[in-house]
Design a protein around this ligand. Structure first.
Ligand SMILES: [Cu+2]
Length: 132
């Protein structure tokens, strides 16, 4: 398992754990993580609620860009009024709105744009990231 704890400060990436490549592009807003196929899937964490917030993180960093590959996504649905719905090339899964709790997905990310929303509030509870 790859455990990544990374922070980016003034363009300097600091990582603890086994990281094959940490590539920092244009400061702290465009960070690409890459892991090799011989390792277990890296873990992303999606969180929706309890308020009107939805986010996908890798460690302490909001995901904006990822390398292709297999990832484990742990979704924490913390509200019976929201859900977490991820769509993109080859993937379309959602948690239910009334249910709360943890859901784990395995996703094979392909080149393209992935978007996550809360379906009842998709106009403003949303985010996206690119896979390249
Ligand atoms: Cu919502």
């Amino acid at each position: 398992m790859v455990v990544v704890v990374a922070s980016v400060t003034d363009g300097v990436a600091q990582a603890a754990g086994r990281v094959d490549t940490v590539q920092v592009l244009a400061g702290n807003t465009n960070t690409t993580f890459k892991s090799t196929g011989s390792q277990a899937a890296a873990t992303l964490t999606g969180t929706v609620g309890p308020g009107f917030t939805i986010v996908l993180m890798k460690g302490s960093i909001k995901v904006t860009s990822l390398a292709t590959g297999t990832y484990t996504i742990v979704v924490n649905d913390m509200s019976s009024h929201h859900n977490f719905h991820l769509t993109g090339p080859g993937f379309n899964k959602a948690t239910s709105v009334p249910n709360v709790g943890k859901t784990i997905w395995t996703v094979h990310l392909r080149v393209g744009t992935y978007t996550y929303v809360c379906d009842p509030h998709a106009s403003f509870m949303r985010g996206s990231f690119i896979v390249q």
